[in-house]
Design a protein. Sequence first.
Length: 54
Amino acid sequence: MGKYKPPKVRKYGRGAQVCSRCGSHDAPIRAYGLHLCRQCFREIAQDMGFRKYR
């Protein structure tokens, strides 16, 4: 049995939003139901049909 309790499940706030691809809590994009962090979004955005504008 471990010494520490497992972390509690977050229901709201920054810790509740996770990337559906890598599980990161950093900079999630939730628009259009994506639920991806910005790094994963940049990697697969063109495959999903997004275009990069300057």
